[in-house]
Ligand binder design. Structure first.
Ligand code: SF4
Length: 701
């Protein structure tokens, strides 16, 4: 398999979804790989955060997997690629024969590229199952669901550039760009704020976003520090405040009646839902003064262009779809959508979390979000591929892990680490051992790979090419330098080889010489990418939808109509659903979780990066001073944090960043990961787990 290799290549940072361009320089020896800025990179114009600057540190890390491994008698031994492929093919064939195709699951990954995820989902579907999913399930599945069904596309409605230029209010709810999307925050949002934009932050935790805009120190900006899991009542107060004001002052235009009439449906349902809604009681439940929420509503409604940013604080709840629907309601009734500087904008996590979904690595959709149970769409894809695809959605990744050892016996994992990333991680570690066969392809021996039967050594982001799609739907090319370890293989090469060996028609279906060949096939079955080619992507990339070559792609969506069946934006009133676990005598605290700037998700890469790990080498928990006093905890004490599912030992940070009664920790560290405590209850529709609220207790260690 060829790849376009040069001494210095322009590529994309492997961490967050902002999609910053960086350069990678190949030194004298393989493994001598250096970071270089890319001065006129389209998204970041040469600026970089701590993670991007340290990204090359893991490429030649001593922990890299260098040869295939096969487990025998509980121990790994080095194997040849032939042995590894034989074992994989034999086991996958056996499981399909004994238990049927739905007895195997396939996990794609947002750490890997569009072409690789496309081939993985094609492999799953040729195997005969829609049991293919990726880590987006854990971050924005509910956002994608709400946006797709109510507006048309599961993605940011706008682009960072038009938001910077046109927004005068940023409503940031459950997102922390100051920490998790640093360059978007400093390069785009901060610029708008310097030119007069107002920030309204809705978050249970004070964080780097709060500090970067000095939100707590100015009258202009606001931080509504709500209790975890009370986003619906808070937004219902906002919506009702706007409705009430409009009734008394229709000329002030807080509601856009013309827009509602011409472009939306469901407004009456929202009004009915809010008729009996008690704002005072709701404000008490949120833990935020009512007048503060009303003032925030006024600021949003009075804006010329108001943009909503939404993050995992909204999506990672059992009511995640409803949370995001209420943000959509707010944008639609005020007409803040369909033009620059407005919309509902999920800030996506990993550098290819958007693309992994776009290319169909999900159990209910084919490439381009075409539903597997839409006969016409599915048959069109089947015609291109030349084989039939099951017409029922498959299982999501948490649903699959619940079935390990029961109805699911095989698992193919590319670049994922479910033993750390899924909630109730102790359960996942136990269940994964019930599988008959698991193969993991990755760059390091992850917490999940330790339980695998076959481990395949893949190349890193800096050693291969392909495309990734960033948070504002911009598809961008990545390019690689020399492989560090001769016996590693690119993910695409591995998948292609497995496909060729596993199926009679494999040579025809999985013969790809390079990522560009895959992209050429992908664009034939993915309408929103159809107008893109590697040449047309160039260095700038293109926003989707891009239907025909020559289309420039849409930086903002829905200027004329929504992409729903009726062409209308869907408004729907929602009622509060409290978190599945609320505090009680045994577990009197609420645990919530979030990521740090210097680490990434399960820390597979960031924990091995000396620069990043030096910043924060271990997990910790934020405890409010009033709780610390009650429990006799001093700043820096070792404490045991417990939930109904497990416990972790961490250092306490006593701080007013968190609210009284709320403890806050992170999922990055293997020994003390928050996910040993989190709850795996799911949103009914999007199947995203409730990472953001669990009942907890704390003890001095
Ligand atoms: Fe990488 Fe995100 Fe930092 Fe940009 S903001 S350098 S994409 S981690």
């Amino acid at each position: 398999m060829s790849s376009d290799k040069q001494d210095t290549v322009k590529t994309i940072c492997p961490y967050c979804g902002v999609g910053c361009g960086i350069q990678v320089k190949q030194g004298e020896e393989p493994g001598d790989v250096q970071f270089m800025p890319w001065g006129d990179a389209p998204v970041n114009e040469g600026r970089i955060c701590i993670k991007g600057g340290a990204a090359t540190e893991v490429v030649d890390h001593e922990d890299r997997l260098t040869d295939p491994l096969i487990k025998e008698d509980g121990e790994f031994r080095e194997a040849t690629w032939e042995e590894a492929y034989d074992r994989i093919v034999d086991e996958l064939e056996r499981i399909r024969e004994e238990h049927g195709p739905d007895a195997t699951g396939f996990f794609g990954s947002s750490k890997t590229m569009n072409e690789e995820n496309y081939v993985l989902q094609k492999l799953a579907r040729r195997y005969g199952t829609n049991n293919v999913d990726n880590c987006t399930r854990m971050c924005h599945a509910s956002t994608v669901w709400a946006l797709r069904t109510s507006l048309g596309a599961g993605a940011m409605t706008n682009s960072m550039r038009d938001l910077r230029e046109a927004a005068d209010v940023f409503w940031i709810q459950g997102a922390n760009p100051g920490e998790q999307h640093p360059i978007a925050n400093s390069q785009y949002f901060r610029q708008a704020v310097l030119e007069g934009a107002t920030v309204i932050q809705v978050d249970p935790h004070a964080n780097k976003t709060t500090r970067s805009f000095q939100i707590d120190d100015t009258d202009r900006h606001m931080h509504l520090q709500l209790n975890p899991g009370t986003d619906i009542p808070l937004l219902n107060i906002v919506l009702k405040t706007i409705l009430e004001h409009h009734e008394e002052n229709p000329d002030e235009g807080w509601i856009d009646e013309e827009f509602i009439e011409a472009r939306t449906e469901g407004f009456d349902h929202l009004k009915e839902t809010l008729e009996e809604f008690d704002k005072e009681a709701a404000a008490e439940e949120c833990g935020v003064p009512l007048e503060d929420i009303e003032l925030a509503a006024e600021k949003y409604a009075m804006a010329n262009n108001a943009a909503i940013f939404t993050g995992m604080g909204m999506s990672q709840h059992a009511c995640g779809v409803d949370n995001v629907q209420n943000e959509i309601n707010l944008a639609l009734i005020t007409g803040n959508i369909g033009r620059p500087g407005t919309g509902v904008n999920p800030l996506r996590g990993q550098n290819n979390v958007q693309g992994t979904c776009d290319v169909g690595a999900m159990p209910n959709v084919l490439p381009g979000y075409q539903l597997v149970d839409d006969d016409e769409a599915r048959e069109a894809v089947e015609t291109e591929w030349g084989f039939e695809v099951p017409d029922e959605p498959g299982l999501t990744n948490v649903e699959l892990s619940h079935e390990f050892g029961d109805s699911v016996h095989g698992l193919y994992v590319m670049g994922e680490n479910p033993v750390m990333s899924e909630p109730d991680a102790n359960r996942v570690a136990e269940r994964v051992q019930q599988l008959e066969f698991m193969v993991v392809q990755d760059i390091f021996m992850t917490e999940t790979a330790k339980y695998a039967d076959v481990v395949l050594p893949a190349t890193t982001w800096a050693e291969r090419g392909g495309t990734v799609t960033n948070t504002d739907r911009r598809v961008q090319r990545m390019r690689g330098v020399d492989k560090v370890h001769e016996n590693t293989k690119h993910d695409l090469e591995i998948l292609s080889e497995v496909g060729k060996r596993l199926f009679d028609d494999g040579d025809e279906l999985f013969e790809f010489d390079d990522p560009e060949e895959v992209f050429e096939e992908l664009r034939q079955v993915c309408p929103i990418y159809h107008g893109m080619t590697y040449d047309l992507l160039g260095e700038e990339g293109l926003h989707w939808p891009c239907y025909e070559p020559g289309d420039e792609g849409d930086p903002y969506l829905y200027a004329e109509e929504f992409d729903t069946e009726s062409g209308l934006g869907h408004i729907e009133g929602v009622r509060h659903t409290p978190p599945a676990e609320t505090p009680d005598d045994e577990y009197p605290l609420i645990l919530t979780t979030a990521r740090l700037e210097e680490h990434y998700n399960t820390g597979t890469m960031s924990r091995r990066s000396p620069t990043l790990n030096r910043q924060t080498p271990e997990n910790f928990v934020d405890v409010h001073p009033a709780d610390a006093e009650r429990y006799g905890i001093e700043d820096g004490d070792e404490v045991v944090l417990k939930s109904r599912r497990g416990e972790i030992t961490v250092e306490a940070q006593v701080t007013e960043d968190t609210k009284e009664g709320v403890v806050w920790t992170t999922p990055h560290f293997a020994a003390a990961s928050a996910n040993k405590l989190t709850n795996d209850v799911l949103d009914e529709r999007a199947k995203i787990p409730e990472y953001k609220a669990a009942a907890a207790e704390i003890e001095v260690g």
